[in-house]
Ligand binder design. Structure first.
Ligand code: DX5
Ligand code: ZN
Length: 215
């Protein structure tokens, strides 16, 4: 069964904990951090991660959409992140960023934009705990799922098997009941879902639906 990480970018920003407390069955909470430079939007930061880690037991999956993330990753781990994701496109020192995350005691994730080929990850795969395949261009919730990400996940999953590696594959952007089975069958372990969960009346039911469809 697939793991589900509701993205709080689509939750009520003035009542985050109220919304989070209404979601049962989430495997992680996905926290999008944006700097207005790597992506044309602003969102949560260190203080939100710190606050959430005190108020919820759900593991925090922090997706950094910021330039030079190596300067901040340690602080995000200290703030309570269980997984820290860094974009290959955001730094000249991706291997250093991974090292810092692992040394600080969290799971290291590398993220690739839709336009970035998997070859960018090849050298890094033995070092990382999770790969995040973006299925929309990062920056905003509620965008349309890019179908090309399914073949990308299939190729990554084949590579994982061929090289005997054990990293998890996560997908982020436009996930719903319409594509969850296809991404799961392609090899996805964890699906981020923002508007699909928080855009509905019953958040818990939405998480359950995604899981049911991959049973
Ligand atoms: C987009 C973010 C996503 C976003 C997903 O840049 O990384 O995590 O919240 O939202 P949906 O599921 O609505 O596409
Ligand atoms: Zn995200």
């Amino acid at each position: 069964m697939i793991k589900v990480a509701p993205s709080i970018l689509s939750a009520d920003p003035a009542n985050l904990m109220g919304d989070i407390n209404k979601v049962e069955g989430a495997d992680y909470l996905h926290v999008d951090v944006m700097d207005g430079s790597f992506v044309p939007n602003l969102s949560f930061g260190l203080n939100t991660v710190q606050g959430l880690s005190k108020d919820t037991d759900i593991k925090l999956d922090v997706h950094l959409m910021i330039q030079n993330p190596e300067n901040y990753v340690e602080q995000f781990v200290k703030a309570g992140a269980s997984i820290v994701g860094v974009h290959v496109e955001s730094t000249q020192h991706i291997a250093r960023a991974i090292q810092i995350i692992k040394n600080a005691g969290a799971r290291a994730e590398v993220v690739v934009n839709p336009g970035t080929p998997l070859t960018e990850l090849e050298e890094l795969l033995p070092e990382i705990d999770q790969v995040l395949i973006m299925s929309v261009n990062p920056g905003f919730g509620g965008q349309k799922f890019l179908e090309s990400s399914i073949s990308k996940v299939k190729r990554l999953s084949a590579l994982r098997q061929a090289r005997g590696l054990e990293f998890d594959i996560e997908i982020d952007g436009g996930i719903s009941d319409k594509n969850i089975k296809a991404v799961y069958d392609a090899g996805v372990d964890v699906a981020v879902a923002g508007s699909y969960v928080f855009g509905a009346e019953d958040y818990t039911k939405q998480v359950q639906l995604l899981k049911e469809l991959t049973k």
